[in-house]
Design a protein around this ligand. Structure first.
Ligand SMILES: NC(=O)c1ccc[n+]([C@@H]2O[C@H](COP(=O)([O-])OP(=O)(O)OC[C@H]3O[C@@H](n4cnc5c(N)ncnc54)[C@H](OP(=O)(O)O)[C@@H]3O)[C@@H](O)[C@H]2O)c1
Length: 216
């Protein structure tokens, strides 16, 4: 039975990752700040991990070979961080969205190597410099752009592993809001297909949930 380690599993996309990987017969380690009744019933091994606690992130271990890491958890942070008054919130957003996923991948790397596994991070099209026609959301955008650079660097350092960044679509979660056109079920089913198909040769790619390249 393959093993998945996924962060932010109490709600939104993380919860749906757990639901669909469990339905596919995977062993799932699901991390949360606080669990939820929806997660409790899915048969995952639930662990507490606050991504703002970088010491705890660096100390994380699966305890067994890991076929797949999905660094999913993320935060919008302040909606506008355009003056120094928001500097600390901006830094906090970087800790959760950029530094923590990378440190988590580094911490779990030996177990991923053991399984010849895959390293996936949930990024966003809003990280794209080329696609940024509307501005705003400075903390979120910049933290995810930096995340992409970190993950691409991780891919180059580990050429034997498949290591990709995924844009989930604009999805109906607390972050995406109710106007989003994509359901969590559709997004996760799409990302699972993409993850299943990726090889080390595609490592470093930035893909959406339908497998299309996202511009940097
Ligand atoms: N929905 C979209 O349209 C969309 C589009 C592009 C990218 N994304 C990305 O998709 C990922 C999942 O987002 P979502 O749409 O599922 O949003 P969501 O429903 O708001 O869920 C966010 C998840 O991240 C967790 N999280 C936030 N800060 C954390 C921290 N410090 N430590 C641990 N967990 C933390 C939350 O846990 P708590 O409940 O404890 O806060 C929650 O589980 C994010 O990386 C997001 O940037 C989403």
């Amino acid at each position: 039975m393959p093993t998945l380690f996924v962060t932010g599993a109490n709600r939104g996309l993380g919860l749906e990752f757990v639901r669909q990987y469990r339905a596919a017969g995977w062993d799932v380690i699901a991390t949360v700040r606080e669990s939820s009744p929806e997660l409790e019933g899915l048969g995952a091994e639930i662990r507490t991990l606050d991504l703002g606690d970088l010491e705890a992130v660096s100390a994380a271990r699966a305890g067994r070979p890991l076929d797949l890491l999905i660094a999913n958890a993320g935060t919008y942070g302040p909606r506008d961080a355009e003056d120094a008054g928001d500097a600390q919130e901006w830094l906090d957003t970087f800790a959760v969205n950029t530094v923590a996923p990378y440190m988590l991948a580094k911490a779990l790397l030996p177990e991923v190597r053991e399984a010849g596994g895959k390293l996936v991070v949930v990024s966003t099209r809003m990280a794209s410099l080329a696609d940024n026609g509307s501005g705003g959301f400075l903390a979120y955008r910049s933290s995810k752009t930096a995340l992409n650079m970190a993950w691409k660097t991780l891919a180059l350092a580990n050429p034997e592993l498949a290591c990709v960044m995924l844009h989930p679509g604009w999805v109906q979660t607390r972050m995406g809001g109710s106007n989003a056109p994509v359901t969590p079920e559709q997004s996760i089913a799409g990302m699972m297909r993409v993850i299943e198909g990726i090889t080390p040769a595609q490592s470093g790619a930035f893909l959406d949930y339908e497998g299309q390249s996202v511009p940097w």
